[in-house]
Design a protein around this ligand. Structure first.
Ligand code: DGJ
Length: 808
């Protein structure tokens, strides 16, 4: 795993190698990260990969006279700083007591440790089997009393290496940390593209792929959370990399606050990759002996395209980030009350809804926002975590018992980090929120953020939420957070410490989440922040799943969930079927499509089943029954995307719009294969119908080459009204559109879908692909034609046929 010889370091995983050494100057020089190289024990091959230096490039700074040829502007480092000639964006920047901003970290010592170390203030990756190995390199500033411990944790079987740094003030004087990042990777050539995942509320995780050889690219959040604006997960890839071919790297940060990811190409064809806490508004004071822990960063490499990269990240997130009782448990099918009722409900309405849910096969009923204080809209009561007895007269316990009696688990929504000015909490403690009492405050959704840097606030939240969570048999909690930071100010904090607030808030949040998940280990927590405004590995260290977006439109969702799938496994992604027309886009889509897309996640419903027709309820019952059969495959199996990978884009929004219009991004093709590869579920989603494009080829991936599979499609029934007045081509009597008669007949007469049924080896299915029935192309329709209108999704099931001869 980790090889060390004469100042040379090699970190091996099963399929990757990371190498660096110590320069004559004492600095750590990055040499290689990529496909596994089997170095010999004495690492003599380092001569090949070491950069050769005789003279410094023109107009650059030489480190010193003794090392005249060392120009830091063109040296690849493990950690870079300011002031010694490296003009790229630095890893660390410190203001020393004398005002100097020059830092110069050189090697002091190193140590090897078994397992993965625990952080004091921050969540991190973990390794329950103690299989990982950690290298710690201690660096020391040549002139100032500052040390840095650089950690590398090698998860050999996961092909993942994580990194973090602890910065220590070993001197008497205070220092000010202006920037301390988590990841630095100096690549020896810049011929890569970066893939960032950007967006906004209801438009999370839109991929943005751009060349990075030309200067600096920054993806960042300054809104206090990891944010929907820019997820901390990102990748770099060679230009021709697609889902199954080519070199690519993935990076993520175990952090839930402001962050930044930078690619900085220099004048010599190298590129620096950086990621860590965003330094805008950040300034942290370290007194004598104090340590600043920077969040842990995650790195992964694939030489076979994005699918392999994602699979590696998925396994790592599943086993080394997500923890607790729910880590490996199948997640229940839920019904959430939000889009079903919003704030307008009472116990009677909820119980009716739950009854319908229970009839369809739902397993968990979630009461969303609106159950506490005087909360009938979003202007009031956040902070007052006592039940609204007008709505819920028998309290949480009474309601919970009624829900349990229906055979359902009970869960509820909270938004602990917030307070409305119209609340008892605010009246009692106006100084408990992040706001400056001397200046007007800018509200977000009529609410303010509680000051989690304060111990008394954290204690209040832990105790008041503990009281709620233990007041009934609550088995699920949706933890929401619905505004971003503004007016960042903490009453009582010294003026000079204001640059610490955002980070201290995140630390406070982790403390609360840590304590509550410890006190309530059986509760399934789902993170949420106005949808996907805080979908990150920090949250996943406490909560095993996160609500991906408030946008439940399946067409938008296919982009959002696919975006997430690059870095996060499907069992971390909350996905629900909602009403049509959709509440966010007003788009009408078939129930089948909504269920197909939501099925590739932690599946649930979020619509008023009491208003659903019998036909819809029957359809929902079938969907849920099918989901339960393949739930393990969908939540814990191996996920594959079809297609070419993130499209090159000009602007994040344009990516999906452009790909919708051009044929290439029009189809989403997903496959999930069970761990033992004995079954798989596939989906082919067509966004827009293209006339005269008859044939779709669905290519599953990941099946066993030599096993035989039965391949079938999920059979559907179509509403004859979808065919417009073409129905008159076959109807014995003339049927007028929108007529009562047509509606009557449509209720009784359904058109059965085409049937796909083939037996073939996994190799054939995956290599040649399945040429599915001819798509409807405007020239004719019968039972063998694939009805493929706008927003239609087809679901395929693959089951291995046991080889009876072999078994005998
Ligand atoms: C935002 C969440 O994302 C929604 O799902 C819902 O819980 C609302 N908040 C409730 O206010």
């Amino acid at each position: 795993m980790i090889l060390i010889k004469d100042n040379k370091f090699v970190l091996n995983t099963l399929n990757t190698t990371y190498a660096f050494d110590i320069l004559e100057t004492g600095h750590l020089e990055h040499l290689y990260y990529g496909a596994r190289i089997d170095f010999s024990e004495d690492l003599f091959e380092f001569e090949v990969i070491k950069i050769k230096r005789e003279f410094p490039p023109g107009n650059t700074i030489s480190y010193d006279e003794e090392h005249f040829s060392y120009a830091f502007e063109d040296t690849s480092f493990e950690i870079s700083s300011t002031g010694k000639g490296d003009v790229r964006s630095p890893f660390v920047s410190i203001i020393h007591a004398d005002g100097s901003r020059t830092s110069d970290f050189v090697y002091k010592s190193h140590a090897l440790k078994k397992g993965s170390p625990k952080r004091k203030t921050l969540p991190g990756s973990y390794d329950e089997n103690n299989n990982s190995e950690t290298l710690v390199i201690t660096l020391k500033d040549r002139s100032y009393n500052v040390e840095a411990d650089l950690y590398y944790v090698v998860y050999e079987d996961k092909d993942v290496i994580t990194r973090f740094v602890d910065l220590r003030n070993t001197g008497e004087d205070e220092i000010k940390v202006e920037r301390l990042l988590s990841l630095q990777l100096d690549m020896n050539d810049s011929d890569y593209e970066a893939v960032f995942f950007k967006g906004a509320w209801a438009r999370e995780m839109q991929s943005y792929r751009t060349r990075i050889a030309d200067g600096m690219h920054v993806s960042k959040s300054t809104v206090g959370t990891s944010s929907s604006r820019a997820n901390p997960f990102f990748m770099i890839a060679r230009e021709n990399t697609d889902e199954n071919m080519g070199e690519c790297f993935a990076f993520n940060l175990i952090y839930s606050g402001n962050h930044m990811e930078i690619t900085d190409a220099n004048s010599f064809g190298k590129v620096r990759i950086l990621s860590g806490i965003n330094d805008e508004g950040f300034l942290f004071t370290l007194k004598k002996d104090e340590v600043f822990e920077a969040p842990e960063a995650v790195m992964c490499y694939s030489d076979k395209g994005f699918n392999l990269l994602s699979r590696r990240m998925h396994e790592f997130v599943r086993k080394n980030i997500v923890r607790g009782e729910w880590r490996d448990k199948e997640r229940p099918v839920l019904l959430n009350s939000w889009e079903a009722a919003y704030f307008k409900f009472d116990e009677g309405k909820l119980v009716k809804l739950a009854k319908k849910a229970a009839d369809t096969g739902v397993e968990l009923f979630v009461m969303d926002d609106g159950w506490f204080g005087e909360r009938n809209d979003d202007t009031t009561s956040l902070g007052d975590w006592t039940v609204n007895e007008k709505k819920i007269p028998h309290g949480l316990n009474g309601l919970c018992k009624k829900i349990n009696k229906l055979g359902l688990k009970f869960g509820l929504w909270v938004e602990p980090e917030m307070v409305n000015v119209k609340s008892r909490l605010y009246e009692a403690h106006p100084d408990w929120c992040l706001a400056n009492p001397e200046t007007p405050h800018s509200e977000g959704r009529h609410q303010r953020i509680l000051d989690l840097t304060k111990k008394e606030v954290r204690e209040y939240l832990i105790e008041s939420l503990s009281a709620v969570f233990s007041s009934a048999d609550i088995e699920y909690v949706k933890w929401d957070m619905n505004r971003v930071f503004s007016d960042v100010f903490s009453i009582g904090l010294a003026a000079g410490d204001s640059g610490e607030i955002s980070h201290r808030y995140v630390l406070g949040l982790y403390e609360i989440m840590g304590e509550l998940t410890k006190r309530f280990p059986k509760i399934l927590f789902e993170g949420c922040a106005s949808g996907g405004n805080r979908f990150d590995l920090g949250i996943l260290c406490y909560f095993p799943q996160i609500w991906a977006s408030d946008n439940t439109d399946p067409i938008c969702r296919s982009e959002i969930q696919e975006g997430l799938s690059y870095g996060y496994p499907l069992n971390t992604i909350g996905a629900h079927v909602s009403a049509s027309p959709n509440h966010q886009t007003l788009r009408k889509t078939p129930m089948k499509t909504r269920a197909a897309v939501a099925g590739f996640g932690c599946f649930g419903y979020e619509l008023n089943l009491c208003d659903s027709s019998k036909e819809e309820i029957d359809e929902i019952k079938k969907e849920i029954a099918l989901y339960k059969i393949y739930r393990e495959t969908l939540q814990f199996g191996t996920f594959y995307r079809g297609g070419k990978g993130p499209a090159k884009s000009l602007a994040p929004e344009s990516a999906s719009v452009l790909s919708n219009a051009s044929g290439a991004g029009n189809i989403k093709e997903w496959t999930c294969v069970s761990k033992d590869k004995s079954n798989a579920v596939g989906m082919s989603l067509k966004k827009l119908a293209l006339p005269n494009s008859q044939n779709t080829i669905y290519r599953p991936q990941g099946l066993k080459n030599d096993a035989k599979y039965l391949f079938i499609n999920k059979e559907l029934e179509y509403d004859i009204r979808d065919f417009g007045d073409l129905v008159n081509m076959i109807a014995p009597i003339h049927l007028k559109q929108n007529s009562f008669l047509l509606d009557m007949i449509a209720k009784k007469v359904k058109l059965p879908s085409e049937k796909e049924k083939y037996t073939a080896s996994g190799k054939l299915l995956c290599t040649a692909g399945v040429r599915t029935c001819q798509d409807y192309a405007g020239t004719g329709y019968n039972e063998n034609v694939r009805y493929a209108q706008d927003f239609s999704a087809k679901v395929f099931i693959m089951e291995e046929i046991p080889d009876i001869e072999k078994n005998e």
